[in-house]
Design a protein around this ligand. Structure first.
Ligand SMILES: [Zn+2]
Length: 75
C-alpha cells in the first residue's frame, strides 16, 4: 500500500490516496476521485511532500534534525 498525491484539475484540490500499485496501474479511477468536488479529472502530483506529511501523520521518526534546533522546522 502506497500513498499517492493527486491533484484535482477542476478545483485544484491536492489530496493523498492510499492504494496498491495494482489499483494505480490498473486505472481503478474510482479511488482517485477528488474528495472535495468528486471529480474524476485528477492527475498525480509529484511535488507536494510537505502537504502529505500534514495529512498523514505517520510514525515518521526524524525529520527534525537533532541537535540543531532553531525551532520552526516542524512547522
Ligand atoms: Zn476537485
Amino acid at each position: 500500500m502506497n500513498t499517492y498525491t493527486y491533484k484535482c484539475l477542476d478545483c485544484k484540490n491536492v489530496f493523498g490516496i492510499m492504494a496498491t500499485i495494482e489499483e494505480k496501474e490498473g486505472g481503478i479511477s474510482e479511488k482517485f476521485i477528488c474528495p472535495k468536488c468528486h471529480s474524476k479529472n485528477t492527475k498525480q502530483e509529484f511535488s507536494a511532500g510537505n502537504f502529505i506529511k500534514n495529512v498523514f501523520k505517520s510514525n515518521d521518526k526524524g525529520g527534525c534534525g537533532s541537535g540543531n534546533n532553531n525551532g520552526g522546522c516542524c512547522g
